[in-house]
Design a protein around this ligand. Structure first.
Ligand code: NAD
Length: 452
């Protein structure tokens, strides 16, 4: 039984639209103990049965998707259509995982060695998992944690986002409905102090955290107390290099919706625009023109909006030029206009801190070496983009230090591709075989007996 609640606020109006129960500190041992007990039976459940539960879960989620998209949009601020696309991607992720897990976890025979009859490499479930899910992609990131954990035989405790709780709640309801055994998936919401207690619990065997770099460092330090492995998917500040050979029409038409999707609140959002001097003016014109008639939702909270505005004001104070937006609207809720800054000086805070909002800071580069140097001159190294003649752009992409680099496109994260950051963007992978294996442990089983 939860002891307290927190308000859920609609970003469009700033009004309270609901409440979510919070886990109390003294409930943590119960939650972790339940996951630990569920581990024994769930890890012994056949792979076929676990995959069937996942496929049933996907069907139950797909049925809920239209109504859920409406509620998710209300709590998040993103348009209903965007919310629906994300939920559909979450459903796809669950299905892909059920189809992939068999091949990923198949035991592998290793070449024999003298004195042994056989050697086999097995993948076993890691144990109870704690997943901390952010509000900004509350559906797809939840699916990228829940589906592989369950597929691998691990019960999972989801610490859902208090800002957008409806998605984690819908997953829980769907899992209960399709016969996911009690304790296998537990959804909780909690204050930071209780989150830290969950992280420190020795019976949690794997942590999967997606959130800011600031909180990621706290989680990693606490997890180290029990040497609990973590996957940390942290902040990003993606550079986008637009070279002189780029198709500027394609670049602008791709980058406007990519930049302002989810009102810029995406870890992979293009957020540092590095423009070859020769195409600078034309690209800026096309990009700003692409904003005419473009609509987007509010930011998720006053805290987020104020952070974005602070970064914009800092850049302007240091000499950046305001091409679009940049003013706080006098309307209810947490809206902020699509903002374009050019001539952003290298010491502006917005080039070091993740803006996580609808701002496109742009600056000029003189040659390839300078473009790569600026792209890599940021601790956050999650994703990056290059627009240009394909051969040249691919050469630049190879020199960028980031977990994913895309040439002439800004795709979504596909279920079969491992996504992970470098340096301050975290470590470990989510998605693909690597994302499944994060919830497994390897065992080498060696058998003696051929000593003759
Ligand atoms: P956040 O780090 O502020 O919060 C994440 C969660 O951490 C919260 O739900 C909260 O429960 C918990 N938390 C907050 N403070 C804590 C503390 N002091 N101790 C323990 N737990 C604490 O992140 P957010 O604002 O919810 O999400 C946005 C961030 O997530 C951005 O930086 C974004 O780039 C990142 N993100 C990364 C990816 C990725 O795949 N790398 C994906 C989505 C979002």
């Amino acid at each position: 039984m939860a002891l307290s609640v927190t308000d859920v606020v609609a970003p469009d109006t700033g009004q309270v639209v609901g409440q979510v129960p919070l886990l109390a500190e003294d409930q943590v041992p119960d939650v972790v103990g339940t996951a630990d007990r569920a581990f024994r039976s769930w890890s012994a459940t056949s792979l076929e049965r676990r995959c069937q539960v996942l496929l049933d879960l996907a069907t139950a989620l797909a049925e809920r998707a239209p109504a859920l998209a409406e509620e998710y949009s209300r709590q998040h601020g993103k348009p209903v259509a965007e919310a629906k696309i994300e939920i559909d991607r979450a459903v796809d992720t669950v299905c892909w995982t059920a189809q992939a897990v068999g091949a990923t976890t198949r035991p592998r025979t290793l070449p024999n060695r003298p004195g042994l009859a056989g050697r086999e490499l097995r993948v076993e479930p890691a144990g109870p998992v704690l997943a901390i899910v952010p509000w900004n992609f509350a559906a797809v990131i939840l699916a990228r944690k829940v589906a592989p954990a369950l597929a691998m035989g691990c019960p999972i405790i989801v610490k859902g986002p208090e800002e957008t709780p409806c998605v984690a709640q819908a997953f829980q309801a769907a899992a209960d409905e399709v016969g996911c055994p009690p304790g296998t998936l537990q959804t909780v919401f909690a204050e930071p102090a209780v989150v830290r207690q969950l992280v420190r619990s020795p019976r949690v065997r794997q942590i999967s955290f997606t959130g800011s770099t600031r909180v990621g460092r706290i989680i990693a330090a606490l997890a180290a107390e029990n040497l609990t492995p973590c996957v940390l998917e942290l902040g990003g500040h993606a550079p986008v290099i637009v070279t002189a050979g780029a198709d500027l029409d394609l670049a602008a038409k791709t980058l406007v919706p990519a930049k302002f999707a989810a009102t810029g609140q995406s870890c992979g959002s293009p957020s540092r625009f590095l423009l070859d001097r020769r195409i600078h003016d034309e690209f800026v014109d096309r990009f700003c023109h692409g904003l005419d008639g473009h609509s987007m939702g509010p930011l998720n909270s006053a805290r987020r909006r104020d952070h974005v505005h602070r970064l914009v004001l800092d850049a302007l104070r240091r000499g950046a030029v305001l091409r679009r937006g940049g003013t706080l609207p006098d309307t209810p809720g947490f809206h902020y206009p699509a903002t374009v800054l050019t001539d952003v000086p290298r010491d502006a805070a917005i080039l070091a801190e993740e803006p996580f909002g609808p701002v496109a800071p742009m600056l000029v580069y003189e040659d390839d070496d300078a473009a790569v140097a600026i792209a890599n001159d940021c601790d956050l190294a999650l994703s990056a983009y290059v627009f240009g003649e394909p051969g040249h752009a691919t050469e630049l992409a190879a020199q960028i230090d980031a977990g994913s680099v895309t040439v002439n496109a800004v795709p979504t994260a596909f279920p079969d591709a491992p996504l992970g950051g470098r340096r301050a963007s975290g470590y470990g992978y989510e998605g693909g075989d690597e994302g499944l294996l994060a919830f497994g442990r390897l065992k080498i089983l060696q058998t003696g007996g051929n000593l003759r």
